[in-house]
Write a protein that binds this ligand. Structure first.
Ligand code: SAQ
Ligand code: ZN
Length: 374
């Protein structure tokens, strides 16, 4: 069956929504956080560990898998689910953003993007049609329209021209994808930090009737208040019976403040990336476990946490592993950070159900050490 969003309720205290996203590989309770497995692996995590910490859906990147091992090989393997032994939902990003954040020698035209592989320097191209075909081959449940994420900051004229091209590309993706798919193609709203361009982009894309909408062009270095302002400018123009996905956002405060504004899906490399340098997200705020003050600290990373790392190991042990460059150390910090965010979203959904997400946010910020007005 295709991808279908079911709006369960809206929080009486905020604009947050409780929903269920039905996909061919299972149902996702929203708002949800998606762990990132860029190259068909959430670094250091097995599918069983991801399930045990509560991951409902994971993200992979078209750009990386197109370059290596190639979409044809993944297709030959039976698709991404079989290839990586993950039988729950998968979402793939369309590749445009990664071309601009990773590759050299990029050239962008109406046709698409030409670039050099950051792996071996090969000259490659991605177009709305080919990026859609690659994602069809990979077989994710949710795929993204091929877009350009304008740099930040950027001239109004450039953002206008880029956003209008992204809307034309979105239509080409829809045509290439067809409608006879179980895979859902989501549109990506652009518009930079300009309210009029955000509105125009949302109107262009909703006129094409996608099963879900992402907000792109954000979390690119802009101040958070500006990101929230762009959310507030965009969301009113998106249909309430479709999911809204804020791309690249994953700090605890942003998950809360995004959910409150009506965002249903989030992804970010942050929890896995900072885990690899020994930084933990805990209920008392961030903690750098490699810090000397934890040398003789035999308490768990986070006393309130029920994850495998906190239930079985001490700060002193994990600090030792990180300092000794032991792989197991990075696995434990990754398990904890992913569990922390996935479980934060469980609490967010609970708070929406009980119409108290605003109160929950303030209490969380108090404990987490965020200034209320951040
Ligand atoms: O407009 C977008 N289109 C398609 N994918 C994206 C991914 C994105 N990820 C971030 N921020 C998180 C980051 C990850 C690495 C560098 S920034 N912002 C993003 C924007 C886009
Ligand atoms: Zn933990």
């Amino acid at each position: 069956m295709a991808v279908k969003y079911e709006l369960i309720k809206t929080c009486a205290q905020t604009g947050a929504r409780l929903g269920r996203l039905h996909t061919p590989h299972g149902i996702i309770d929203t708002p949800t956080f998606m762990p990132v497995g860029t190259q068909a692996s959430v670094k250091g995590m097995s599918p069983e560990e991801l399930k045990s910490l509560g991951a409902q859906i994971i993200l992979s990147n078209t750009y990386h898998l197109f370059l290596r091992p190639g979409n044809e090989l993944v297709k030959e393997a039976g698709g991404l689910h079989r290839f990586m032994n993950w039988d729950r939902p998968i979402l793939t990003d369309s590749g445009g953003f990664q071309v601009f954040s990773l590759s050299e020698m990029r050239k962008i035209t109406e046709e698409g993007v030409e670039f050099r592989s950051h792996i071996n320097g090969d000259k490659l191209r991605l177009t709305p049609e080919s990026a859609t075909q690659v994602q069809n081959d990979l077989g994710a449940d949710i795929i993204m329209a091929f877009d350009e994420c304008p740099p930040y900051p950027a001239e109004y004229a450039y953002v206008k021209q880029s956003t209008e091209r992204t809307s034309r590309w979105a239509e080409r993706c829809l045509k290439a994808h067809g409608r006879s798919h179980d895979q859902a193609l989501f549109g990506i709203v652009q518009g930079g930090m300009h309210k009029d361009l955000r509105k125009q982009s949302a109107l262009d894309l909703t006129s094409l009737d996608f099963p879900g909408y992402a907000m792109g062009g954000l979390s690119v270095g802009e101040p958070k208040p500006l990101m929230y302002e762009m959310l507030e400018e965009t969301i009113p123009f998106l249909p309430s019976d479709k999911p809204r996905y804020l791309m690249g956002v994953g700090s605890p405060d942003a998950l809360l403040d995004g959910s409150i504004r009506g965002v249903d899906m989030f992804d970010c490399v942050l929890p896995t990336r900072i885990a690899r340098n020994g930084t933990l997200m805990t209920s008392q705020g961030r903690m750098v476990v490699r810090n000397a003050k934890y040398t003789n600290d035999f308490s768990p990373l986070d006393p309130e946490c029920t994850c495998y790392a906190c239930q079985n190991y001490s700060r002193a042990y994990i600090r030792h592993l990180i300092k000794a460059d032991e792989m197991f150390g990075l696995r434990l910090t990754t398990i904890h950070n992913l569990h922390f965010l996935v479980q934060l979203m469980v609490q967010v959904r609970e708070a929406i159900r009980e119409d108290r997400l605003g109160t929950f946010r303030d209490e969380f910020f108090e404990k987490y050490g965020m200034a209320r007005n951040e």
